[in-house]
Write a protein of this length. Sequence first.
Length: 268
Amino acid sequence: MNAAYIVGTFDVAELAFLLFFGFFIALVVYLNRESRREGYPLEDEETGRVHSIKLTDGDKKVFQLPNGRGTYIPEDVPRDDINVPGVPAFRSAGAPLVPTGDPMMQGMGPAAWANRAKYPDLTFDGRPRIIPIAQSHDLVVASNDPKLIGWTVIGADKQVVGKVSDIWVDQAEHLIRYLEVETVTGKKVLAPMMVATVHGAGLLDAVLPFVEDKPQFVEIDAITAGQFETAPALETAGIVTRYEEDRIQAYFGGGYMYATPERSEAWI
């Protein structure tokens, strides 16, 4: 037993424990230094003052972007505006904000977006990932599914918005991402497929084929018909950028809370 001692009562097990403890402390310090390499900005909710806790003076983090798009350095990218159009509901740290303008247009709460890069999401081989189905790589709607193009679209207020003018698909995942809706005024808007409900071509209609003249339409209950006119539009036809995708998803997602006054009120 005495052979296990190194010096006096200091044995191998104690040495292993101290080495592990020292390694663990060094790992925690290293990870905290790395996580704050860009300055770790914190905003004071009341004054808006930005605090910076910087634990390292090392080099900036540089990320190599794919498909020859250069590099990305977080410190060199302008930070998002922290002056949101809202006021605290009551005087307390962490109080919810009450919108002072149009929350869906100004990005409040569930309608918030991030200023992503203004170029389209790409596949692994560098092609635009989300495009109209006619421009896709041999993607088609299954023969037993509705084609949807030309179908009437109604909003959350049960009013007619317009018609489905195109289908946008994800070439990487092979699924429908957006329905392109042409409003009655001629404006074209991409609506996320996740907020759309197809009526007249479901399972119940398949098991009840004797029911004739079933209404066939697409319901988008996220926003009202009138709000389609202020929905984010594409800058370039046939191309949706990451920035535009975030704006579109935020606008329709925020509609579930802000589209009508009743949605933002408590249920009880």
